[in-house]
Design a protein around this ligand. Structure first.
Ligand SMILES: Cc1cc2nc3c(=O)[nH]c(=O)nc-3n(C[C@H](O)[C@H](O)[C@H](O)COP(=O)(O)O)c2cc1C
Length: 217
């Protein structure tokens, strides 16, 4: 697969088949992803993989976790500006209308959102952490790593969904993963085989035209 094909065909997948993945496959993908560029070659990503058995244990652990959790960070800025606000609104609307969920159907929307916390049925996932000492430049390095992983997974025939939603559950995630004190949680990453029959996976997200965000000086 060409890089451009991987970029073009990658999409966030939100329903997976119940088909296991070998740890060795994920390990190889992670190893290759670490070729991602990072400022000063800091390689600030820290990853905890849960797969098959540990996935079952984790989902059970999550179900039994009752303590309220404090979100790790604000997922979006307060008072999100245009055009970002519209893009965010649009992708949500497109997904819910695809699923036949009405604007006022808060329960159905919540239920769809809660799918995040079962990794949309994926058999495997990882959490991406970063040292609390790191700043914005290193956080952008995490994005480099994550996109590289998603493209390599695509090449491998696997699908993914990056998930900031997990930043709302940092205490339970860190407890389960036995995470070092110095680390904070950035996101989760669902990994698995796409359920091609699932409606939610028909979502094709839009991009704003180049003229709106690039200029040649
Ligand atoms: C860092 C990051 C975090 C994300 N978090 C979530 C999430 O918590 N839940 C979700 O359903 N999608 C999440 N997404 C997926 C985005 O909604 C998606 O990338 C965007 O709408 C563009 O769609 P595409 O990935 O299909 O091209 C996340 C994407 C990124 C890059």
């Amino acid at each position: 697969m060409k890089v451009s094909e991987a970029v073009e065909s990658r999409r966030s997948i939100r329903a997976f088949l119940d088909k296991p993945i070998e740890n060795s496959t994920i390990e190889a993908l992670l190893e290759k992803s670490a070729r991602a560029a990072s400022g000063g070659n800091l390689q600030p990503w820290r990853i905890s993989v849960i797969n098959n058995e540990s996935m079952d244990k984790f989902l059970e652990f999550q179900k039994n976790w009752t303590d309220p959790e404090t979100p790790e960070y604000d997922i979006y800025p307060k008072g999100l500006k245009e055009p970002y606000k519209t893009s965010r609104f649009k992708v949500g609307m497109d997904m819910y209308s695809l699923l036949g969920i009405g604007r006022e159907d808060h329960e159905a929307r919540t239920n769809q959102m809660l799918e995040n916390f079962i990794f949309f049925g994926a058999p495997a996932a990882f959490f991406c952490f970063v040292d609390k000492q790191m700043g914005k430049p290193q956080w952008s390095d995490l994005g480099m790593f994550l996109q590289t992983f998603m493209l390599l997974a695509q090449e491998e025939g696997l699908s993914t969904c990056a998930q900031e939603a997990w930043s709302m559950k940092p205490e339970s995630v860190k407890e389960f993963c036995n995470t070092e004190e110095d680390l904070m949680l950035f996101c989760g990453m669902s990994i698995g085989y796409e359920d091609k029959d699932a409606k939610v996976n028909q979502l094709r997200t839009e991009r704003r035209p180049l003229e709106e965000w690039a200029s040649f000086i």
